[in-house]
Design a protein around this ligand. Structure first.
Ligand SMILES: [Fe+2]
Length: 169
């Protein structure tokens, strides 16, 4: 059977073997956005793990390291959910950067406080996209995706609490 494309998104492709409904394709496209946000935030957090300086270096180096690892694991789960929906996630940085709402860290050195404030804002943006994806999953009765989105919302909200707890001003 010839490959068929049901979406113009660069972030997901239809597999040749699976029959994919329009609802599943739309869900996978939304998940590709969340995947992009999660991966770009993981890369940014990893960079802050390397580059944080100051008296709080040791705890923040460890804190950012833990967050980087859990974001990477979350990206893996989201990508595998796209596969379970019969679509193929595009694993390229090009597509992640095209689909994300997260701004990369850039080359300007930030203070530890600046990193924490930036990560807090980034997690809020991912949280908003997760809510959109959760709503879509609810609308189409995709319980497994809905469960994953709710789990991720909890993770981001917990991380945001921990980041806010570092910010004393
Ligand atoms: Fe490290």
């Amino acid at each position: 059977m010839a490959k068929k494309t049901v979406t113009k998104s660069k972030a997901v492709k239809v597999t040749s073997s699976a029959k994919v409904s329009n609802a599943q394709a739309s869900m996978a496209k939304q998940l590709a956005n969340v995947l992009s946000d999660t991966y770009v935030l993981a890369v940014k957090t990893h960079g802050y793990h390397w580059n944080v300086v100051g008296m709080s270096f040791a705890p923040l180096h460890a804190f950012f390291g833990e967050q980087y690892a859990s974001l990477t694991a979350a990206a893996d789960e989201i990508a595998e959910r796209i596969r379970a929906l019969g679509m193929m996630p595009d694993g390229s940085m090009e597509s992640f950067l095209q689909n994300t709402v997260i701004t990369e860290a850039g080359t300007k050195a930030l203070t530890a406080e600046g990193m924490l404030a930036d990560l807090l804002a980034s997690h809020e943006l991912v949280r908003e996209r997760l809510v959109e994806a959760e709503n879509m999953a609810d609308d189409i009765d995709d319980l497994a995706t809905q469960d994953l989105m709710v789990k991720q919302l909890g993770e981001h909200e917990k991380t945001m609490w921990m980041i806010r707890s570092h910010i004393t001003k």
